[in-house]
Design a protein around this ligand. Sequence first.
Ligand code: OAD
Length: 248
Amino acid sequence: MIQQAAEHLSDDPTVLVCAGSGLSVESGVPTFRGEDGMFRDDDIARLTRVTTFETDRRDMMKWYQDRREQLRELEPNAGHLALIELARDTGDYVFATQNVDHLLEAASSELGYRPPIHHLHGSLLEVRCHHCGFSFEDLRLDLGELPTCEQCGGPLRPGVVWFGEALPTIPLRRSSEAAERCDVCIVVGTSGLVQPAASLPVTAKSSGATLIEINPNSSALSDACDILIRDKAGTALPALLEEVKHRR
Ligand code: OAD
């Protein structure tokens, strides 16, 4: 399967990478669903809903602040690095990630090449006013202390998308455009259960792209995929990179 996937990636194609939490597992970030997923705990699932911000802001901000602090310790894994190396040295890559970490950007800094990376579900690095939308990047600001906006006095929150909220327009539009024009779509580490992110590979497929799934388990998108690589991102992606290099 690695060979088959490499064949599609060797000739400088246009590629859309649709990434989910499984890509960051090997950096120490848990997934949402499945055996070790964060949503096993109903209380955690509650903390990702916009309605909880109104009723239980303190608990919610404390949980997000802990995640923001963990982010500072994280390092990109072999999967992030292989993807950015592929993007740097071959083809024309666009990334649409559901992840709110910055590990693809960290891999980009390490390798000295930054492809377009669209955050469909926002970013933990960002802080945003819940009322006026004023936003900035700051990991040190302690959201657990319930800070307020210097522009309008409204409550500050992490710049992530919660259940009950719309996705940011520009990342979604750019990702959809990339889905319509890509030759290959790599679907890595996502269960394919959350819309509209899960519709991007489907759009790519109906526009004629070859779909490659990298996931140790089957997902809601597996049936639509042409090539299934049943392995971890941190193992499969470096192997794929080596095979592509070997063929060029
Ligand atoms: P899920 O938790 O739904 O799915 C994680 C996927 O990663 C599963 O299919 C696993 O099999 C796979 N996986 C686990 N370890 C892996 C590894 N080492 N390499 C590759 N794949 C691996 O996570 P997402 O699909 O990312 O949204 O979840 C989508 C959205 O649901 C999240 O962005 C979040 C959540 O609600 C918001 O917060 C808005």
